[in-house]
Design a protein around this ligand. Structure first.
Ligand code: ATP
Length: 332
């Protein structure tokens, strides 16, 4: 069953230019230049129930704008969307009861109170029955290993502990769809991994539908079979992250080890040298030349070991991003 359906969704922000100086300020009183920023430009996708989808894009690509529309915080300029069959910006109670958003950069818990007080507030807001509340809280605090921290003022918790509490607050009412916006931002490697392991387990156990944005590729690679990538407001990729390079890159990496030292110039005859240490090196080779160049290398150089690899995913994504620029369109 489809949980999230997005069709030709667009959002433009209107804003006015302001030049510095008194002369310009006075002129602006009478004649301001109105500009429009098309932050999201007709994106479409569908997400099945239980899917965990990565949502990627460079700064300013339109991710937050899209998530805000799907969370019902913003109205779109055009297009349509449904979350669990409801139009999000109509803000129906039935959808609110089945939905949650976690923003790694924003606090949703009361800073000066212990987390369990904020949880109680959520219990009343979401009308969670006492027994179900106790059971869910027990389960989540157990899984995230924060039971003994429930009574500690949120401001005194570490970043990782606070993030775990934010997740609990978002999941107490057992939503069916959750948007996680940078849930591991600023966390150390181990805390990131703990949150990832929890999300993986919880998604499998409960069939939760998740849209996840993260600047850490580990999060996306580990958790999301599918990623949607937007750039400059447009959808530029929808599929497995691993396959990005098949689309954007005409290059492969050849990793070589030799019996004896080989001169850099010798390697450079077969491709762009990326790493060089005498007895080993890495070169970037055009896909079409891969076969012939590999054969020549094996024939002409003292090869001990040879591996063919894709260019790193981060690099493939960066190439995908470089395909688009920014657009500010004048409308009046
Ligand atoms: N209220 C607004 N008025 C005018 N322009 C806006 C407004 N909000 C966002 N924008 C512009 O819309 C574009 C998309 O912004 P958005 O915050 O959706 O991007 P993002 O992909 O979430 O970026 P980041 O990763 O930096 O958070 C940006 O160019 C931004 O400057």
């Amino acid at each position: 069953m489809i949980a999230i359906q997005v069709d030709q969704l667009s959002k433009s922000y209107a804003y006015y230019t302001k030049e510095a100086g008194l002369k310009h300020s006075l002129r602006n009183l009478f004649r301001r230049e109105r500009l429009e920023k098309e932050a999201v430009k007709g994106i479409s996708f569908a997400i099945e129930e239980g899917e965990m989808v990565g949502f990627l894009g460079p700064n300013g690509a339109g991710k937050t704008t899209t998530l805000k529309m799907l969370a019902g915080i913003l109205h779109p300029s055009s297009g349509s969307a449904t979350v669990l069959g409801h139009v999000p910006w109509e803000r129906s109670k039935r959808l609110k009861m089945q939905f949650s958003i976690v923003m790694g950069q924003k606090n949703q818990l009361w800073w000066d109170l212990p987390a369990n007080e904020s949880f109680l507030l959520n219990r009343y807001m979401y009308e969670i029955e006492e027994h179900a509340y106790r059971r869910t809280l027990d389960e989540l605090t157990e899984l995230l290993d924060v039971k003994e921290l429930l009574g500690v003022q949120v401001r005194k918790l570490s970043l990782g502990e606070r993030m775990k509490m934010e997740l609990i607050a978002a999941l107490l009412h057992r939503p069916k769809v959750v948007f996680l916006d940078e849930p591991t931002i600023g966390l150390d490697f181990m805390s990131q991994k703990k949150i990832r392991d929890f999300l993986k387990y919880y998604n499998q156990e409960t069939n939760l539908t998740v849209i996840l944005t993260s600047h850490y590729m580990n999060d996306i690679e580990d958790l999301c079979k599918r990623s949607i990538i937007i750039n400059n407001g447009r959808l530029v990729y929808d599929g497995e992250l691993r396959s990005v390079n098949e689309i954007v890159s005409e290059k492969k990496l050849l990793k070589l080890k030799f019996h004896q030292s080989v001169a850099r110039e010798q390697l450079a005859r077969f491709g762009t040298v990326k790493e060089y240490e005498g007895v080993q090196g890495t070169i970037e080779v055009d896909r079409e030349q891969l076969k012939t160049n590999t054969a020549k290398i094996l024939e002409q150089l003292p090869v001990l070991d040879l591996n063919i690899e894709d260019i790193p995913i981060e690099e493939g994504i960066a190439r995908l991003y470089r395909k688009g620029g920014t657009e500010h369109e004048r409308v009046g």
